[in-house]
Design a protein around this ligand. Structure first.
Ligand code: RIB
Length: 299
């Protein structure tokens, strides 16, 4: 039975290894190039499935993205409500610098149609104890939020990539805000992590905030809880998809166990493993790998 319905993007990632991020007017030779599966939605669905939670991915690809659908199926994602359209699949161009940091350009493609009928069909199968997960790479998020709440579902919003569209959504209906510091600043106007959490809870007291802080770890705040989790120290080669891995593992563990501390620890371990590998979806670890990592780093 589906526990998480993820209405999210699918992208074909064109990944260039570069000595530094390209500057205005510069033509830069890459030191490596590869095509990877990606899109925040796809990455998060795969992370949820790898974490052992049933997930249905809702969204759209073009004919050029059929291999993404096959990959999701192989990795345990239900794609009954993934549509193949005449519009090409979303595309992303990623620069990865020698420290593993990235800079990304996306072209939304099929992700940008409004998929109200797909959302409705997926929600018609819901029983009410599921979570709807969304990111900010698809159109139709307002419909998704309102339909999910009408069905009694909780809604988790990973506000990435942050822009004015995300801020214009009915945020009072969100149960989990999953944000980084930059997104938190755009949401609240604050830069200090404690002040970001305070401001979110003041404005949206029904919600919980998961604030990721890179090497400084993660903070979880709700009306009842104030928890922190340190980041695990690893050799970083590519940070792409680390946030998606964290989001998927966090929500999956919450749905499976209802234990926030365990969810934070598991998600931090999964994200740490992901940055030691290239690509986004391809870097997401299995839950066996996460358990092995935790047995060494958090025995
Ligand atoms: O979060 C990483 C993802 O962002 C990449 O896979 C890329 O597709 C962009 O959407």
């Amino acid at each position: 039975m589906t526990k998480i319905i993820n209405y999210g993007s699918c992208c074909i990632d064109h990944v260039f290894q570069i000595p530094h991020f390209v500057r205005a007017g510069e033509t830069l030779s890459s030191t490596g190039y590869a095509i990877f599966p990606g899109g925040k939605g796809l990455n998060q669905s795969i992370a949820i499935a790898e974490a052992g939670c049933a997930v249905t991915h809702v969204g759209a690809i073009g004919e050029d993205g059929r291999w993404l659908a096959e990959l999701m199926t192989t990795r345990g994602v239900n794609i009954t409500h993934l549509s193949v359209t005449n519009t090409p699949t979303g595309q992303a161009i990623l620069q990865i610098d020698p420290s593993g940091e990235n800079a990304i350009i996306i072209s939304g493609g099929a992700n940008l149609a409004v998929h109200g009928h797909l959302i409705e069909a997926a929600l018609n199968e819901a029983t009410g104890d599921e979570i709807l997960l969304i990111q900010n790479e698809t159109s139709g998020n307002e419909i998704a939020i309102r339909q999910a709440k009408a069905k009694g579902l909780q809604v988790a919003f990973n506000m990435a990539p942050m822009n004015e569209n995300a801020l214009a959504l009915p945020l009072a209906l969100i149960d989990y805000f999953i944000i980084n510091e930059t997104e938190g600043e755009a949401l609240t106007g604050k830069t200090d992590p404690t002040e970001i959490c305070d401001a979110v809870l003041e404005q949206y007291p029904q919600s919980a905030v998961v604030l990721t802080l890179g090497q400084a770890g993660v903070v979880f705040r709700s009306a009842e809880s104030n928890l922190t989790q340190a980041a695990y120290s690893v050799d970083t080669i590519d940070t792409t998809g680390a946030g998606d891995t964290f989001t998927g593992y966090f929500l999956a563990t919450i749905m499976k166990t209802k234990r926030v501390e365990l969810a934070l620890q598991t998600a931090a371990a999964a994200a740490a493993l992901s940055v030691t590998r290239p690509g986004a979806a391809t870097s997401i670890p299995t839950r066996q790998e996460v358990h092995q990592f935790l047995s060494v780093h958090a025995p």
